[in-house]
Design a protein around this ligand. Sequence first.
Ligand code: GAL
Length: 382
Amino acid sequence: MKTSKKLLMILVAFAMVITFAACGNKTPSESSEAPASSSEAESQAEPAEKPAEGKSYDIGVAIYQYNDNFMTQYREELDKYFKELGEKNGVTYNVEFQDGKNDQATQTEQLNNFIAQGKDLIIANLVDPTGADQVINSAKQANIPVVLINREANTETMQIWPGKTTYVGVDARQSGIYQGDIIAALENKGDINGDGKVNYVMIMGDAGNVDAEQRTKYSVETLQKTIPAESLGEPQRGNWAQDKGQEIAANALSQYGKDVEVIFCNNDGMALGAKQAIDGAGRKVNEDIYLVGVDALPEVVELLGKGEFTGTVLNDYFNQAHTAAEVAVKLLAGNDVSSYYWHDYVKVLKPEDAELSRLDYKEESVEEYTKRIQEQYGDAAK
Ligand code: GAL
């Protein structure tokens, strides 16, 4: 037998042993132990045991892809903060990051490896959050708690293993509302040619992504409360990427010319591409066209300072990363946690608006979240 094949077989056998060991030794906590409300969750949130000094924990972090500006900021902050927490608590957090390369099959393999290696906890930024149920089921079998980040899964998934599964994030609807508000608050409400309506181009993130869906929906609905708004062509998917954003914006500008009054982008990466296209078409942001994004990337904040960008919305990676790590530490100490930990988006019109500081999070159970979404937006949480 070739050495490489032999090695592979040994590895597979080893992985199987570890998986069985993981299944056999630990009992997944029953769903009935899960907090029924956030007040209950709060009382449970105080770690029963702090991570014992001198202990060492293995954490697997699966990032949907490294080639993403926002997730790079997030990943670097998470890495840095785990190191800080480790030093503070006298604990070693061995954090292994993996690049899912925007391919679910690749990421599934990485997640299976984390499980086979018997990681103590998984942090997952899923390529395809619609398949999160499978990930949670596998992790539950091996009794490995999961912290989902950035890409929200549906509420059913969050009920598979309550207490040991959580989503740390921001409410995408809020970012869409802020984008709409930014345009609605302009003196001309975005209606540059004065015909009583706003013609816009929408550049979207990937399909099945809650951020892409909600930002698209709520930005337009919010603007329409102030002035009629019409899409020029169908919204198109730039999948969060700058080059795609540029291509879509350049095509729209050559097809619709001066009719384009606003370009909405689901994120700043694509908006930076749109800005290149706007420059290329000889147009001027805030003079004959408006441009909004989400994230508050440093390049966009700089453009805002120069008046060359209309507005963005801070996607607070700093607080999300810190909360994700702190919730992970609670789980590692054996506690049950809430289903959701939320931070706020922040409207950014000038550089100072994007300044970061550690802020409180808001905890919710699935029931509370569903109820709030219904009451606040008349929307059904999926
Ligand atoms: C969004 C962010 C995008 C991109 C995306 C990946 O929250 O605004 O820039 O990182 O997540 O899912």
